[in-house]
Design a protein around this ligand. Structure first.
Ligand SMILES: Cc1cc2nc3c(=O)[nH]c(=O)nc-3n(C[C@H](O)[C@H](O)[C@H](O)COP(=O)(O)OP(=O)(O)OC[C@H]3O[C@@H](n4cnc5c(N)ncnc54)[C@H](O)[C@@H]3O)c2cc1C
Length: 563
């Protein structure tokens, strides 16, 4: 069995770390894995659950970066394609190719000619990305006639359609579990990782960082972590921690450039709107600044777990990142966008089963370009200008390229520690649960092995969540699941819940419903399931009735928009 994730506060407070990472989103996760693999004593804390913030609010795409062609940003295109191939190879259970259609109409920028040219460049760089195993090869694009397009996606038979370009990108159906897999791998490489531990203050000796003050969000206690170097990877909260009382790294006191502005992007999950292809569509409003501008703001309708995922939007946001983000107006706006360019969808409010929102950074003074705009990762060394030595702030703009960003950050950490830089090992690190000879081969073998014990759908579901750790899940609850005569769907729920608590550091009902499993992501899962999971967690974590009710209320609240 693989190592348990222990919420080891004792070790966190007793050890002296080379590097402490604040923030367990995808960027903090990769920094922790990279640092631990290079032999640094590494710790990571998150004030909530791992991967619960921006990294859970994505369009679930591992982007090859086709949109960079709009701006001819070939460097970023190459990086994205490279990182996409690495993820296909190192997390085959969590990242899969997905076919897309871009409908064409007329000529020039909206027509097939220009798009095909762009696609040739895309294919050229995709072939040259790091060589992947055969199962991770992505087919080149195809030009489709109007008739072929309508056959593949009948709803696209719109007036003026001349055809489409079909190409492949990649989907991570469950970004929450991909972030968790990186953190689990970091822990296996020696990092100490703890969720629900909020950094409240950066501690220093004169002008040098010496650690961080922490508040345990579950027990309410405070303690200190000692570290030579601190990486602030708190996404939209980056300025907040810098402003914390007593920290002279306050961005407003140093340079205004560190104050990032944010845009809000939302997604909705609906009944299935397409027949298996992702659609890249554009709203009717013009979006300036692109070399190859095909119209308004781009948005996607993407097949996801038998449903459709629609998004994203963008609107300037100046509120508190801790507040709920999605309003009824946001949802209605997105429905209107879909119906205006894809009327055959006939999308209605009651088709929206779930929604979520996230914040992306914008460049100051450039307006809200949103996720579609050209933006860059940012790494700030607070030691520059003698502000605070040993503190680095990281702001990443793309889930797909988090590994690459982490590599640069860890190199900076080595410089801060005044140690020779060791080679980065994350390119070849197979992530937790990903040690398999390709997803299809592994799935077929598991279907054989577990035939008669679990249904085909159950095996498929478990392999796509846990990869090769499916055996651990079944073993954890072997008394319930592996016994053919006793097995019921309830037993599987019990097994996954116990596994989440015992081995994956789930501490709240929301952790299990939204991030360890996907039970909560298709709309309200029903009172019976909620109570069943809460009962199992109560048994595991010694919750009393009041705590159970509070946990259930928190889950219910996730299905309500801002009021
Ligand atoms: C709407 C939208 C759609 C997107 N879609 C895609 C996509 O399809 N593909 C793609 O590649 N990229 C996508 N992105 C970009 C990508 O999601 C982000 O770049 C990435 O997730 C940022 O990760 P992060 O780790 O920096 O931040 P976060 O995921 O926000 O992590 C920061 C963490 O810090 C923690 N934290 C904050 N303060 C403290 C504190 N004081 N103490 C301890 N912990 C703290 C938070 O709890 C949080 O977990 C999208 C972004 C948005 C907004």
């Amino acid at each position: 069995m693989s190592k348990c994730m222990q919420r080891d506060l004792q070790r966190l407070s007793a050890d002296h770390f080379d590097v402490l990472i604040i923030g367990g989103g995808i960027n903090g996760a990769w920094i922790a894995l990279d640092a631990a693999l290079r032999g640094l004593r590494t710790a990571l804390v998150d004030k909530g659950d791992f991967g619960a913030a921006t990294s859970a609010a994505t369009g679930k795409m591992i982007h090859g970066g086709i949109r960079y062609l709009q701006h001819m940003a070939l460097g970023r295109l190459k990086t994205s394609l490279h990182e996409r191939m690495l993820l296909l190879r190192n997390a085959p259970h969590l990242v899969h190719p997905l076919p897309f259609l871009i409908p064409t109409s007329g000529h020039l920028l909206k027509g097939k000619e220009v798009l095909s040219l762009a696609m040739l460049i895309y294919d050229f760089f995709a072939c040259r990305a790091v060589p992947g195993p055969p199962y991770a090869q992505i087919p080149p694009h195809q030009r489709l006639s109007r008739r072929e397009t309508a056959r593949l996606e009948p709803c696209l038979a719109l007036e003026g359609l001349t055809g489409a370009v079909r190409f492949f990108d990649c989907q991570m159906p469950f970004p929450e579990r991909l972030t968790l897999a990186v953190i689990q791998s970091a822990q296996e490489a020696g990092a100490t990782v703890v969720n629900y531990a909020q950094a409240t203050k950066i501690l220093r000796d004169e002008m040098t960082v010496r650690g961080v003050r922490i508040r345990d969000q579950l027990a309410g206690d405070g303690f200190e972590i000692q570290a030579h170097c601190v990486v602030n990877a708190t996404g939209p909260w980056a300025d907040e921690i810098l402003r914390a009382e007593g920290s002279s790294a306050d961005p407003s006191a140093t340079t205004a450039k560190q104050n990032r502005q944010f845009s809000k992007g939302i997604h909705i999950i609906t009944r299935a709107l397409t027949s298996g292809h992702g659609l890249a569509l554009a709203t009717r409003h013009q979006h300036s600044g692109a070399v190859l501008d095909r119209g308004g703001r781009h948005f996607f309708i993407v097949p996801w777990e038998g449903h459709s995922l629609v998004g994203t939007t963008n609107a300037p946001y100046e509120g508190d990142p801790d507040q709920k983000l999605v309003t009824e107006e946001d949802i209605q706006g997105l429905i209107a966008d879909v119906n205006s360019v894809y009327p055959s969808a006939g999308l209605r409010r009651e088709d929206v089963l779930f929604f979520y929102g996230g914040l992306y950074p914008d460049e100051p003074h450039q307006g809200a370009k949103g996720y579609q705009g050209a933006r860059k990762d940012r790494i700030v060394d607070h030691g520059q200008g003698n502000v605070l030595h040993g503190l680095i702030t990281v702001s990443g703009v793309k889930y797909t390229t988090g590994r690459r960003l982490a590599q640069m950050v860890v190199e900076m950490v080595f410089a801060k520690l005044q140690r020779p830089v060791l080679p980065c090992r994350t390119e070849t690190a197979v992530l937790h649960g990903g040690d398999m000879p390709g997803m299809q081969a592994f799935l077929a073998a598991e279907q054989n092995r577990l035939a008669g014990i679990l249904s085909v759908e159950e095996i498929d579901h478990l392999v796509r969540l846990y990869g090769t750790k499916i055996s651990d899940v079944l073993e954890t609850a072997s008394e319930n699941v592996a016994n053919k005569t006793k097995r019921t769907a309830d037993n599987l729920v019990m097994a996954q819940t116990r596994y989440a608590v015992r081995r994956e550091m789930a501490r709240k009902l929301t952790d299990v419903l939204f991030r360890r499993t996907r039970w909560g992501l298709f709309g309200h899962p029903g009172g019976d399931l909620l109570r069943h999971v809460a009962d199992v967690m109560a048994e595991e974590l010694a919750w009393d009735r009041a705590r159970m009710e509070q946990e259930i209320t928190e889950v219910e609240d996730c299905y309500h928009v801002v009021t």
